[in-house]
Design a protein around this ligand. Structure first.
Ligand code: UD1
Length: 415
């Protein structure tokens, strides 16, 4: 278990290069399995979730090579359709291999995925869509066994635009007879990136960025080369950290167009945000409360930015109200922020943040990826020393988190 020892109270000032998006590279790695081929992916973040995805591909028989931020995967040798419970437990995105395995082998045997604890995270929508494509899915002794003779196309509407279900259905539909029309699909930019990758490799998918996707089946992928888009959640986290500490950052490679919901909140809170030729920058002002901040599917305010922005607004003048509409238990960072002196009351789906003058250091434990990042942000904005345990949560999604913050003047010791 890792620990960060943080001495807070200093503005975060400097430049950080944003890495490739975790939530793009994971579905793209799963997608490489759909057809045997050699796939070269650039701008892959060096995070433990990527290592877990590579472990899964390796366990299925694939070969790979990692050089800097380039990963080359050869999925020709894949010969198994079974993923062990140990590998599935490591991350939520492991479930994306289900659609890929069905497309490739017509069968899959795996268990429920792990990942951040954010409340109930069922996979019923994934299975509903796969059944619509003709797959038979059964749960036997905690194991999920799916089989299909021939996936068939048709029109299917998701009851809710789930990101993971959209991705799984895209992958499975690549092997369907005819065309699949997926309605009420999620519109997150990472889905656009997955589609960009697949079309580069020979797929025919139309509608990226809209809620209706048309996936032409039966066009095998032929391998290819692709550069993963920048991580908008890593970007949001560093913006929130600079805002919280009264700092000023330049974020190289950041894509402001993916973050308008977050930048609008930070602007209303008093920050100056600009675009540069190669990214974006933020100069913090005295922070004032923003209310309400409601999480929503893209292009609403992202649930992944809720905890980091809450940490930033803990010291804002006035009362901010957050409404979490995506996950049922995503305020697990609140007790830790309160231990640092924040005044936050979380009731049901609402968290009421009464801005305080100062935060103070405390000893806390990261609960999940973004919640842990929020604790780091609060610790940077707090007076005195904090210890944050269980930093492996942050390693799942942030490459060189402590190092990047340190390069901007933060005092962090990794233990
Ligand atoms: C993805 C992201 C995660 C982000 C989330 C919402 C990845 C690897 N993870 O997670 O960082 O926080 O999108 O933007 O890309 N649901 C069901 N049944 C299902 C599927 C989902 O009820 O079959 C519910 C979930 O419990 C949750 C909501 O739908 O309440 C959103 O989940 P979903 O969009 O699927 O998120 P993930 O793909 O898990």
């Amino acid at each position: 278990m890792g620990t960060y020892q943080i001495y807070g109270g200093k503005p975060l000032c400097g430049e950080i290069s944003i890495h490739g998006a975790k939530n793009s590279v994971l579905p793209i790695l799963a997608a490489t399995l759909v057809s045997g081929g050699v796939y070269r992916l650039h701008n892959c973040p060096n995070i433990s979730d990527v290592a877990s995805a590579l472990d899964i591909l390796r366990s299925l028989g694939c070969r790979m090579e990692q050089r800097g931020d380039t990963i080359t995967v050869d999925t020709y040798p894949a010969g198994s359709a079974e993923i062990s419970a140990g590998l599935m437990k490591k991350m939520r995105a492991a479930i994306l291999f289900l659609g890929a395995l069905l497309a490739r082998f017509g069968q899959a045997r795996l268990s429920h995925p792990g990942g951040c604890v954010l409340g109930q995270r069922p996979i019923d929508l994934h299975l509903m869509g796969l059944r619509h494509l003709g797959a038979q899915c059964a749960e036997v002794d905690g194991e999920l066994i799916c089989r299909v003779e021939k996936l068939k196309g048709g029109t299917f509407a998701l009851p809710f635009p789930s990101v993971g279900a959209t991705e799984n259905l895209i992958l499975a539909a690549l092997a369907c007879e005819g065309e699949m029309i997926l309605c009420n699909a999620a519109r997150e930019p990472e889905i656009g990136d997955l589609i960009g990758f697949l079309n580069t490799c020979g797929a025919e998918i139309r509608g990226a960025g809209t809620s209706v996707l048309r996936i032409r089946g039966g066009r095998p992928l032929h391998g290819g080369e692709y550069t993963v888009m920048p991580d908008r959640m890593e970007t949001a986290t560093y913006l929130a950290a600079a805002a919280a500490t009264g700092g000023s950052v330049v974020l190289q490679n950041a894509l402001p167009c993916h973050l308008t919901a977050v930048t609008e909140v930070l602007r209303r809170a008093g920050c100056h945000i600009g675009e540069t030729k190669t990214g974006m920058c933020l100069q913090a002002g005295p922070l004032r409360a923003v209310s309400p901040i409601r999480t929503a599917p893209y292009d609403g305010f992202p649930t992944d930015a809720q905890a980091p922005v809450m940490a930033a607004l803990a010291k804002a003048r006035g009362v901010s109200i957050f409404e979490e509409a995506i996950f049922s238990d995503r305020f697990r960072h609140v007790p830790a922020l309160c231990a640092m002196g924040a005044k936050i009351r979380a009731v049901g789906a609402q968290a009421i943040v009464e801005g305080v003058e100062t935060l103070h250091g405390a000893h806390v434990t990261a609960t999940d990826l973004r919640g842990g990042a929020a604790m780091v942000i609060a610790a940077l904005a707090a007076e005195g020393e904090s210890r944050i345990d269980a930093t492996e949560h942050m390693e799942r999604g942030y490459e060189a988190f402590a190092e990047n913050l340190r390069a901007c003047g933060a005092q962090i010791i990794i233990q």
